[in-house]
Design a protein around this ligand. Structure first.
Ligand SMILES: [Zn+2]
Length: 394
């Protein structure tokens, strides 16, 4: 009798657990991991607010598409959605897709054996193909993005070429209620070892790719992997194919050897979409001076992250300190915003609060033209050059 009660009790608990997992579980994880420090917004001066409205703002990295929020609806948690991007006067946001993250993820050392993304994908009731398929996870997130574009009545615009971007910027001068999106992939394990998948992802709309994420993969080493090696033979073919297709290389999370190997190979400007710099925040995750110099020499742009692990602080001042460091080292043309919004991060502001960055940069002594470049001008210049049909060097 007792045994029977224990069995019934366990079955009831298990069912309740499953019910929670499939209803609120993923949303609670999203709410717990993507935080804005309180109070979220600064008191910007009238000058800063006016300047902010004149800027073309671009951010190099967010992970919104990993979470089951409608990109078109304003959420009370997390960092990014179309209404908040419009409120923050953002011209362009890069939407990156995450396809696999190891359990116990850390900055020092991870293997690619385990996969914490799998239960999240199942809990969010993504199609079965995404449960085990990394490429499918990337393609599904791209479909979610395109579906948001189609439903947005012109408020969210897909950018696939320099021509698209030019049109968007022209349109935006008349209609500020529109934000553009570029699709990027974080970690080329999403290729599942198949070169042809570079083309598959390109056809799905991806125009930027970061070879590494938290573990070494078929393409090469991660800054947080076990071996932290350079580009593999397969990786060299992948980078060559990316160059042929005008896909922008993102060196975020790449191991130092991988960064060197890629910089020696590419003929077009690269980005580091979300990072910090060792000059203000010593971490395996962050770029050293030599790397920053080489990235700038490629014509590239370094996107400074908004979270503690990137800038060693939970405030706007720490972000501005890292931006100033890059500007002092290689000039103001090579630094940009790389928030890592919705990337399981706690940030001092969300997309709607970006005026705080304009305010803080102005207070730090940057001129109006500098602020214009940092807040988006540099990123847009690089995209105009490097996107398909752009004015690039190839
Ligand atoms: Zn990342």
């Amino acid at each position: 009798m007792l045994m029977k009660r224990i069995l019934i009790g366990s079955a009831a608990l298990f069912s309740m657990g499953l019910f929670y997992f499939f209803t609120w579980g993923a949303r609670h994880i999203d709410q717990l991991l993507n935080l804005v420090a309180r109070p979220p917004h600064c008191e910007a001066s009238r000058d800063a607010k006016e300047l902010h409205q004149r800027l073309l703002i671009a951010d190099l990295h967010c992970d919104l598409l990993l979470w089951q929020r409608d990109p078109l609806a304003m959420a009370r948690y997390g960092h990014v959605d179309v209404p908040r991007l419009i409120k923050g006067n953002v011209t362009l946001q890069v939407f990156s897709v995450v396809t696999k993250v190891p359990w116990g993820m850390n900055y020092e050392r991870n293997s690619g054996v385990s996969d914490i993304t799998a239960p999240l994908v199942v809990a969010q009731r993504w199609p079965m193909g995404t449960w085990f398929g990394l490429r499918e996870r990337a393609l599904y997130q791209a479909r979610r993005f395109h579906s948001a574009v189609a439903r947005s009545q012109g408020k969210l615009v897909f950018i696939g070429s320099a021509g698209d971007l030019k049109n968007h910027i022209e349109r935006r001068r008349r209609d500020p209620d529109a934000v553009a999106g570029i699709l990027s992939v974080e970690g080329l394990h999403a290729l599942e070892g198949e070169l042809a998948n570079v083309n598959v992802l390109y056809r799905a709309g991806f125009r930027m790719m970061a070879p590494s994420h938290f573990f070494d993969n078929e393409v090469g080493g991660s800054a947080h992997g076990l071996r932290k090696g350079g580009l593999t033979m397969f990786g060299r073919r992948v980078i060559a194919r990316m160059e042929e297709l005008n896909i922008i290389v993102d060196l975020a999370h790449a191991s130092p050897r991988m960064t060197d190997d890629i910089l020696a190979m590419v003929t077009r400007p690269v980005v580091v979409s979300h990072t910090g710099v060792r000059g203000t925040c010593e971490s395996l995750r962050n770029l050293n001076d030599q790397q920053i110099v080489r990235i700038a020499r490629s014509g590239g742009v370094v996107g400074i992250g908004f979270w503690q692990g990137a800038v060693c602080g939970n405030d706007v001042t720490s972000i501005v300190r890292a931006i100033s460091y890059v500007a002092d080292l290689v000039g103001v043309d090579h630094v940009a915003l790389g928030s890592d919004f919705d990337g399981a991060t706690r940030t001092p502001l969300d997309a709607a609060g970006l005026v705080c960055m304009t305010e803080a940069l102005s207070v730090a002594g940057f001129t109006e033209s500098d602020v214009y470049k940092i807040m988006g001008g540099n990123t847009l210049r690089l995209l105009m050059e490097a996107l398909p049909d752009g004015v690039g060097r190839k």
